[in-house]
Ligand binder design. Sequence first.
Ligand code: URP
Ligand code: ZN
Ligand code: ZN
Length: 485
Amino acid sequence: MTTVIKGGTIVTSDLSYKSDVLVDSNKIVEIGKNLNGDKVLDASGCYVMPGGIDPHTHMEMPFMGTFSTDDFESGTKAAVSGGTTMVVDFCLPSPDQSLLSALMGWHNKSTKAVCDYSYHMAITSWNEKIFDEMKEVVQTKGINTFKHFMAYKGALMIDDDEMFASFQRCSELGAMPLVHAENGDVVAALQQKLLAEGNNGPEAHAYSRPADVEGEACNRAIMLADMAGVPLYIVHVSCEQAHEAIRRARQNGKRVFGEPLIQHLVLDESEYQNSDWDHAARRVMSPPFRNKKHQDSLWNGLAAGSLQVVATDHCAFTTEQKRMGLGDFTKIPNGTGGLEDRLPVLWTYGVGTGRLTMNEFVSVTSTNIAKILNIYPNKGAIRTGSDADIIVWDPNLEKVISNKTQQSIIDYNVFEGVSVKGLPRFTLSRGRVAAEEGKVKANPGDGKFVNREPFPAVNKALSQWKEITSPRKVERKAENMPAGV
Ligand code: URP
Ligand code: ZN
Ligand code: ZN
């Protein structure tokens, strides 16, 4: 059975042109004028773009004494409703748990996904078994990225020696490390100070994680990755300090990627000053929302190419879960949602305001991350032979974001009341209509795990530190040696 997407304008990361797209089964088979198919999807007045890829989600994640509420079913329904056709979740072993057993757990949870998915493997502790299993994860399990938390001291955080060892292992295996860059020791100290001073509300969460905490960790991770001879992907970049470190690293030839979130681009620190405790706590995430200057820096980075990807870090907790932190902000589960809203909000605030071109929109929501994760052009492209993960984007469709109409099963939305213009008319996942004007048609189990091959050896040439990583012993004659040696 074939489907033709007719009458639209194809928009990719580098081209915009009028053409039809023919889909057979799960693949794009032809691009051209006046194509015919068994089924016709009307794309007149619409842009036909690669489906969104969100490389940063946490479905049903055990965290801070609870589990994030959206699971692979509600989370991926939110994804396709908003035009995202693939998510990359974080497989999170508990400390000292085998990576392979954690992976089995994640595969069990993701059977109900309605769109395609993959995982980053988290390194939450370090020992010989983990070192050994990393090889199997890369070579036989289709995962080429490993996540490291530099924050959440006493829980997910690992130390520099462990992180450096893991980065070196990534380099050997053709894998790429990811980091949550915040100095966890400084955060822990600031949290204790604030609590001791009686600052226990959600606003103190932001005070405990100033931008320098992120900038320092970002610089440190970049230098460690360079010394290990491996590229680096920095998740949820929220501030100029971190962006500056990434910009400088790239300028100096280091292969470093930066990922701002749609939340940080649009929502600011004033959210934490809201007199309603629930309102402020619902927006507690790490790093916290920043001021307008930092937001401008992120937008500029996307336009300039120094930041490459817009994600969500979708990690949704209900109001009741957030209330675990009443009287102690350090116990508010960290995380916000956004999967359904990423594309419409970015289109409205980016393309709609002229900050981003349509082609840049495609780059930062899909194509760049497909290349970074080594799944391009299977994903992230409108080309013959690519997976038919496609959005038919209607620039004139409008809505006001509301938790009453969302797919996410939490009881609020951090973008509540925001008006968006530009929404998917159709979302196709592997050639099937997964959502039509926000209504989900896909079923649990329709999504498939996407294998990601290791990266080529090019990464090894990256180290700025080669003179030290290739040591040469100086042979000295006896007369040049101190007496007695
Ligand atoms: O606050 C956040 N970001 N929660 C999810 C876990 C993480 O740090 O990515
Ligand atoms: Zn994080
Ligand atoms: Zn995250």
